[in-house]
Design a protein around this ligand. Structure first.
Ligand code: GRF
Length: 202
């Protein structure tokens, strides 16, 4: 199987995922990185790994429809079995989401359904929760709300600020995402309504 990654910035999840392809944990090929941001550090990571990087620069399009048409075309060219959103900071339109139902994942730095949207770690600190974490989920029309694949937790410590908490969650994100993608390509994820059943290793 093969997948593409969409990322908008730093790309540490992208890096963790391709590292786990290279060490054989994920049995699939990463055939491309697509970004909306010409300055994304993820592009450099793709080059270093010999993975093609495609920039579909959001700002150069007159409107969101035309941007998404261009993105759709690039995606279709790769014809991926799975689309991995890893720090991709835009909401995808219905047409793209529909084209990849059950074949598109996202990661969010909270224990969903708590703290959807931006600055999830800050939201957890503001609320005062004692645990935080991350969620890998299938993408549906509603933001940060699709069927949950994997969640991992971390403690929130008294002295945490946004950065220390985000760093602690990020370590778990990297593991959770690799595991979710591995399971997907082992055909061990079965969506049953809102729930995702993880089938045993056969
Ligand atoms: C991660 O915390 C991810 O959960 C969130 O944005 C951040 C992206 O980090 N959606 P990176 O680009 O993968 O380093």
């Amino acid at each position: 199987g093969r997948f593409v990654v969409l990322a908008s910035g730093r790309g540490s999840n992208f890096q963790a995922i391709i590292d786990r392809v290279h060490d054989g944990y994920i049995n699939a090929e990463c055939s491309g990185l697509i970004t909306d941001n010409p300055d994304a550090y993820a592009i450099k990571r793709a080059h270093n790994a010999g993975i093609p990087a495609e920039v579909v620069p959001y700002r150069n399009f007159p409107d969101k429809i035309q941007y998404e048409n261009a993105l759709m075309e690039v995606l279709a060219r790769y014809n991926p079995d799975l689309v991995v959103l890893a720090g991709y900071m835009r909401l995808l339109g219905e047409r793209i989401v529909d084209a990849y139902t059950g074949k598109m994942m996202n990661i969010h730095p909270s224990l969903l359904p708590a703290f959807q949207g931006l600055h999830a770690q800050r939201q957890a600190l503001t609320y005062g929760t004692k645990v935080a974490g991350c969620t890998v989920h299938f993408v549906t029309h509603d933001m940060d709300a699709g069927p949950v694949i994997i969640q991992r937790t971390v403690p929130v410590l008294d002295d945490d600020d946004e950065e220390t908490l985000a760093d602690r969650i990020l370590v778990e994100e990297h593991q959770a995402y690799a595991e979710a993608i591995k399971l997907f390509f082992e055909k061990r994820l079965r969506i049953e309504g809102r729930r995702v059943r993880i089938l045993p290793d056969s």
